[in-house]
Design a protein around this ligand. Structure first.
Ligand code: ADP
Length: 222
């Protein structure tokens, strides 16, 4: 694991349900000085034209998952076409994940290694708990909110019906399972200003805890 190789970094895993406020927390932590590594961003990077990731996808799913690039460059991934295949077929979905997930993790390790000594490195991973990655981090932070508020924010952000939003929420780990993996819980039931204050307080604890001194948090893993 990276944290054994780089004891001079504090590695934080940031997760939470869809539309819980992970991006809002990560953006604020980045402003405050954290090195933020976002799994969703990496998942797009590792399948850009010219990557081994895109080559592997085309090999598995055929050239039908490519489309001409808007800028006239090499063909790019046709996400809706690939999405239609993998949502209808669990085996196809597993194959896609077997291509994308290792590439994302490898890139995240690479970026962590490049972080300056003493950094607080925050990896934003929507499915951190579902994919069993909690032990890879010094500290797991979960952004949490009431299910009704989550539903409202998801519907508003993505323009979804209640049913569509519920389907997306239900495809993820349950709230209790996520909370069980948390060392720190950020409550995002309040206003954006309250979230910012809570995040600033978290940052103060993280920066006080960043190596060589480790957090004295009771549930911190060794
Ligand atoms: P995630 O990255 O976890 O999916 P976001 O950070 O995108 O979640 O937040 C989900 C939506 O809720 C966004 O539209 C965001 O602007 C909004 N949001 C986040 N926190 C709050 C809050 N405290 N009050 C109101 N809206 C919020």
């Amino acid at each position: 694991m990276v944290n054994q190789e780089r004891p001079d970094l504090l590695l934080v895993g940031l997760t939470g349900g869809i539309a819980s406020g992970k991006s809002a927390v990560a953006d604020r932590l980045a402003e405050l000085g954290a090195v933020v590594i976002d799994a969703d961003v990496l998942a797009r990077e590792v399948v850009e034209p010219g990557t081994p990731g895109l080559d592997a996808i085309v090999e598995r799913f055929g050239p039908g998952v490519l489309r001409p690039a808007a800028d006239g460059g090499p063909p790019e991934l046709d996400r809706p076409a690939l999405g239609a295949i993998v949502f209808a077929d669990p085996d196809a979905r597993r194959d896609l994940e077997a291509i994308v997930h290792p590439a994302v993790r490898a890139r995240a390790v690479e970026l962590s290694r490049a972080a300056p000594s003493g950094s607080v490195v925050v990896q934003v991973i929507p499915l951190l708990v579902e994919t069993g990655q909690a032990d890879a981090f010094d500290l797991v932070v979960v952004v949490d909110l009431d299910p009704e508020t989550q539903l409202d924010r998801l519907m508003a952000r993505n323009g979804l019906t209640r049913e569509q939003a519920l389907a997306r929420i239900n495809a993820q780990a349950g709230r209790a399972q996520r909370l069980a993996a948390a060392d720190e819980v950020i409550d995002n039931n309040g206003t954006p200003a309250e979230l910012r204050n809570t995040t600033d307080a978290l940052w103060r604890r993280l920066s006080a805890a960043s190596p060589p001194q480790r957090p004295s948090h009771g549930t911190l893993r060794p």
